[in-house]
Design a protein. Sequence first.
Lengths: 256, 285
Amino acid sequence: MSNAFTPDEMMTIAASRALTNEDICFVGIGAPSAACNIARLTHAPDITLIYESGTIGTEPGVLPLSIGDGELCETALTTVSVPEMFRYWLQGGRVTIGFLGAAQMDMFGNINTTVIGDYAAPKTRLPGGGGAPEIASSSAQVYMTMKQSLRGMVDQIDFFTSFGHGEGGDHRQRLGIKTKGPTLLITDLAIWTPDSKTKEFVVRSLHPGVTCKEVQETCGWSVRYDSELEETPPPTDLELKTLRDLKTRTRAATRS
Amino acid sequence: MTTMAEFLALEEAVRRHVKDGMSLAFEGFTHLIPHAAAHEVMRQGMKDLTLIRMTPDIVYDQFVGLGRVKKMVFSYAGNPGVGLLRRFRDAVENGWPQVLEIEEHSHAAMANAYEAGAAGLPCSIFRGYLGAGLKDVSPNIKSVTCPFTGEKLAAVPALQPNVAFIHAQKADKKGNVLIEGIVGIQKEAVLSAKAAIVTVEEVVDNLDSHPNATVLPHWTVSAICVVRGGAHPSYAHGHYDRDNAAYLEWDKIAADRDVFAVWMEKNVLTASPDDFAKRIEGLEK
């Protein structure tokens, strides 16, 4: 069993490996939250996890269902108010990594979680941005994680909920944004980083057993690959066990 | 202006302070969401409301589905941990049961706007909306240039609701209120509003807090109403846990207009504040 793992597990574990003990990470709910906590429970025990509900240095024993679960507050170093969180801690430039998921993204890491279709008359009204617009512009850099699909990874997003690299190139600098923006994308199939000039996401590493064809079939833009494409190291026994134990604890807690 | 907190039944507090066409803010960031107070407003039938809330989860889905809301001001309209808000979607996508005007912001903007309201300022200035699409669709997102550095910053008008509603763990006998745990935006919401109604789990002789606790002095609150379990299905730190099953169930209830109507009739429109105590059984600490 130790060698078998799902694409989802590979995604979470690959994302967790990008985080370090020195990071101050503003955690988005869902896939980012799992990755950040696996990092904390394996190689980065001193990482600081921040959730937008105001919890700083939180160490949840189970994955929170929402960004404001009691578990986050009970295990936090301190809990501040929501305006303080956004003003002093995020806008103040204290966050090294903003870790975001996305409903829809494009090749430049621009995210849409607002509407499918026209804003004034949407086909599907999504929840909106929440904290993401300022997480994307105030964090020193942004990591992203999402499952690949033609609906999710599209040539053109319907709404710019949060700004990645815009049209690419130096678009961030032209708007006066001083932070780096998206620097890493981890999907269930691959690890991507932006081209240093165009800022288009390029596949740098395929997860074990994944083909370029599969990556292209689940991505709405024409995919570029690194000339020295690598293979993502498979999950270690410790990583898999930590993730599965966390999910088991979470299921038990949610059911009770 | 100072007022003295009055201890009132929730029904009486809502009757005195809420009228058709008002702007109301029910705040609580996942934690301490004032469901009981919202249900009382729904029962008393006030309409044409402007509802303000950072995270208008299932409690605003209920208001919208009943057709009581003219305009919603918000920054994240989802069912936390579950998905989308189906009554809100029906209103925005299909105009059912009536057209809903929306004013959408980011969390940072809403938090700043409440803070400006509490501080008595006309607007809030912050570094935000850089490259983001909302500033192109919302007339209430503008920019100003810093007179000292020349930096272009975002500006949004202050939020100043007619009435703010929050739920808290306890009040003392004078009506001073203590909030513990994730304190969210509640203090700012109360101080930004013209009137504030606070539901509490209990009234105690002494708040037994520490010097830096989040305390609202009694003269910042209009009415205190004791409603045990009044935040259900959200939670009250130290009192009871979040009813996660209720959030999952809401996704099914809100998916169908008729199921929604039947559920609302039974659980809200013909219920009472006293029913909340039963709903937290088994969730209590």
